[in-house]
Design a protein around this ligand. Structure first.
Ligand code: GLA
Length: 391
């Protein structure tokens, strides 16, 4: 941390005033349902964005993204233009902080000028919500600098708006929610329709293992948006048979199976994933409440197969990771996590088998794909926080 403070001083020739941390997340189950009013079960993780900042007297936001080794300045008074102070278009990475400032302003909240440096150990494009962590960190930064307070969930919604309207990805609320509301040692059951949420303890004897396939998401924004459109189309078509529904959350699995012959193939596959995944999350929540980790794991495998075959967001590498994992003793469940199209799998593993699991998954993956997987345990962590340093 001292090193980061020194970097801040070297860059801005002044002392920082505040340090904010915001975690990435892993989703245990409930994939591609958060934009269909469905429930999800993510956890914030011990990989995070760290941001160091001090307020400025004017409306200039100076950003230094340490990991990219890039800097820009922009004025917070002309965010719509998406240009930096020298008139050039701002780079994509700066859309996230700029978008949060824009969304806060839309909500009538103040965004003070600031000098900021930030770094992150949440891998980019790996399905662990690196961008939501940046958004939420900046959201809390502005609340601290402006002396205003809003609920964590409201902050998450503002950050989602930044992503939807400023960055241009029609994502749901899960990632920003998990980064804002994480609870140490717990998964989070979150109903994206009612916004009810509760921390759900995980059994003591299991570990959450992330396996990074090393393949980064590509073309994901457009493919993601297309998935969302297919779901909307399914709702429109199904309304002819069940008027009054407003999302796929309103259709039970049984009703869906009766009505599915009326849908065109692709739309039917996408919708079937969503309807059944929503039911799986409810079963997974019950399984956690009764500490039945075998059932929980079986639901994870089923979720992966559905994402592979019906939603078509998996990759050969992710499928390979899941197939190897299920043969390793002590593994209860495995599936891709996040949007897909590359990135990571999440695995629930008996604590006594973690070492063996990491070793076998890494070597098996290397053997079958020639690629190096990064396999590691992650800990469910607390949501965005301000470091009390006495700065
Ligand atoms: C991305 C989005 C989330 C969610 C997942 C898929 O992470 O940001 O809102 O839709 O994909 O479950």
């Amino acid at each position: 941390m001292n090193e980061l403070i020194d970097q801040f001083r070297a860059m801005y020739r002044r002392d920082p005033e505040i340090i904010v941390h915001a975690p990435g997340r892993v989703n245990l189950i409930g994939e591609h349902v958060d934009y269909n009013d469905g429930p999800v079960l993510p956890a914030a993780i011990n990989k995070e964005v760290t941001l160091i900042a001090a307020a400025t007297a004017d409306a200039t936001l100076s950003l230094h993204a340490l990991d990219l080794d890039q800097k820009i300045s922009l004025t917070l008074e002309k965010l719509e233009q998406k240009t930096s102070t020298d008139g050039t278009p701002i780079p994509k990475w700066a859309y996230y902080p700029a978008g949060v400032a824009w969304a806060l302003q839309q909500a009538g909240l103040s965004t003070k000028g600031a000098d900021v440096i930030y770094t992150s150990d949440v891998p980019i494009g790996a399905g662990l919500s690196s961008s939501a962590a940046v958004e939420v960190a900046f959201g809390l930064l502005w609340s601290q600098l402006g002396g205003w307070h809003i609920e964590r969930l409201d902050l998450a919604q503002i950050c989602q708006r930044a992503e939807n309207k400023y960055v241009g990805v029609s994502s749901g609320l899960m990632d920003q929610f998990a980064s804002a509301c994480g609870v140490e040692g717990h998964a989070l059951y979150f109903d994206t329709r009612t916004l009810f949420w509760e921390p759900t303890p995980l059994p003591d004897n299991i570990s959450i293992i992330i396996a990074d396939s090393g393949v980064r998401r590509s073309l994901s924004d457009s493919a993601y948006n297309q998935r969302r459109e297919a779901c909307e189309q399914a709702v429109k078509l199904l309304q002819q048979y069940k008027p009054g529904i407003s999302s796929l959350r309103d259709i039970s699995s049984t009703e869906f199976m009766a009505l599915s012959p009326y849908l065109p193939d692709e739309v039917r596959h996408r919708a079937e994933h969503v309807v059944k995944e929503i039911a799986r999350v409810e079963s997974a929540r019950n399984a956690l409440h009764s500490a039945d980790i075998k059932i929980f794991g079986a639901l994870m495998y089923a979720s992966h197969i559905s994402l592979r075959d019906l939603y078509e967001v998996s990759t050969t590498e992710l499928d390979t990771l899941v197939e190897i994992a299920r043969e390793i003793p002590g593994c209860f469940g495995a599936r891709l996590t996040g949007a897909g199209f590359g990135g990571c799998t999440v695995n629930i593993v008996d604590q006594d088998f973690v070492k063996v699991f990491v070793r076998e998954l890494t070597s098996g993956y290397k053997q079958l794909t020639g690629r190096a997987a990064n396999v590691y345990e992650c800990l469910p962590s607390k949501g965005v926080w301000v470091e009390e340093t006495g700065l």
